[in-house]
Design a protein. Structure first.
Length: 239
C-alpha cells in the first residue's frame, strides 16, 4: 500500500504521541495502622473535612489530577516524603494510609495506589495521583481524567479493572465540522489496514474528540497502535 504525505501526517498525529501501557504496576497492598493525626477532622479554606476512620468498601467517580516535581520530596499528611515516581495519591477523606484502585473511565487503564496525603482542594476533583500513577492511567499530558476509585480492604478480594470496551483518542477539535472532516479522511486512509478500526466523534464538554475503537482489551488496542506505527515506518523506509 502506498501512503501519501497527508496519510503519514494523519497517522503520525493520531498515533505518534499515544502510548499504551500494558505492563502491570501497582502499589503493594498491605494492612497498616492508621495514622493518628492524618485522620483527624480538619479545615481548609473555611471548609471542614472529616476523614473516614476505618478501611471499608468505598466507591467514587469524578475527576482526577496529578502532582509532580514541585511537590517531590515534601512531607505528606501521612508523614512520609512524597515520591512522584511511586504509586501514591491524595484524597480529602479516605483513611491514611489505605489503598484504592483508580480506573480511567475513558481508556480502561487502572492502577492501585496508596493514599498517603490530603487533597485535592478543588471542587471538581476527587483525587490527586502521583506522576507515575498518572502515566499508568494515561493522562499526564491532559492533566486531568474522569476516574472511578474503589477502596481496597486488605484480606478481601481487591476490585479489578472493569472488562469494558477501550477507545483510543486520536485528536480533539473545537467544532463538530472539523472533527467530522478529520474522521472522514482518517477512515479513508485506514480502510486498507489489517484492523480497519471503527472511528467516531464524541462531544466532551466544549470539544469534539475523534476516537478509534472499541477494542475488547488493552492487547487489541496495542495491536492497532503497532500496526499503525508499522505502516508509518514502512512508508518512511520506502520513501
Amino acid at each position: 500500500m502506498t501512503l501519501t504525505r497527508k496519510t503519514l501526517f494523519l497517522l503520525t498525529a493520531a498515533f505518534g504521541t499515544h502510548s499504551l501501557q500494558t505492563a502491570s504496576a501497582d502499589a503493594v497492598v498491605k494492612a497498616e495502622k492508621l495514622h493518628a493525626s492524618a485522620n483527624r477532622s480538619y479545615k481548609v479554606a473555611g471548609k471542614r473535612y472529616t476523614p473516614i476512620n476505618q478501611v471499608a468498601e468505598f466507591t467514587q467517580t469524578g475527576n482526577a489530577s496529578w502532582y509532580g516535581g514541585r511537590f517531590h520530596g515534601r512531607k505528606t499528611s501521612g508523614g512520609d516524603r512524597y515520591d512522584m515516581n511511586a504509586f501514591t495519591a491524595a484524597h480529602k477523606t479516605l483513611p491514611i494510609p489505605s489503598y484504592v484502585r483508580v480506573t480511567n473511565t475513558k481508556n480502561g487503564k487502572s492502577v492501585v495506589v496508596r493514599i498517603n496525603d490530603r487533597g485535592p482542594f478543588h471542587s471538581n476533583r476527587i483525587i490527586d495521583v502521583s506522576k507515575a500513577a498518572a502515566q499508568q492511567l494515561g493522562f499526564v499530558s491532559q492533566g486531568t481524567a474522569h476516574v472511578k476509585i474503589e477502596q481496597i480492604v486488605p484480606g478481601k478480594s481487591s476490585p479489578t479493572a472493569e472488562n469494558k470496551d477501550i477507545f483510543i483518542d486520536l485528536k480533539s477539535f473545537g467544532t463538530e465540522h472539523e472533527a467530522q472532516a478529520y474522521l472522514n479522511q482518517a477512515a479513508q486512509n485506514l480502510a486498507s489496514s489489517a484492523s480497519n478500526p471503527n472511528l467516531s466523534v464524541e462531544k466532551r464538554h466544549y470539544e469534539y474528540v475523534v476516537k478509534m475503537g472499541p477494542f475488547s482489551s488493552q492487547e487489541r488496542a496495542a495491536e492497532a497502535e503497532a500496526q499503525a506505527r508499522g505502516m508509518i515506518q514502512t512508508a518512511l523506509t520506502a520513501g
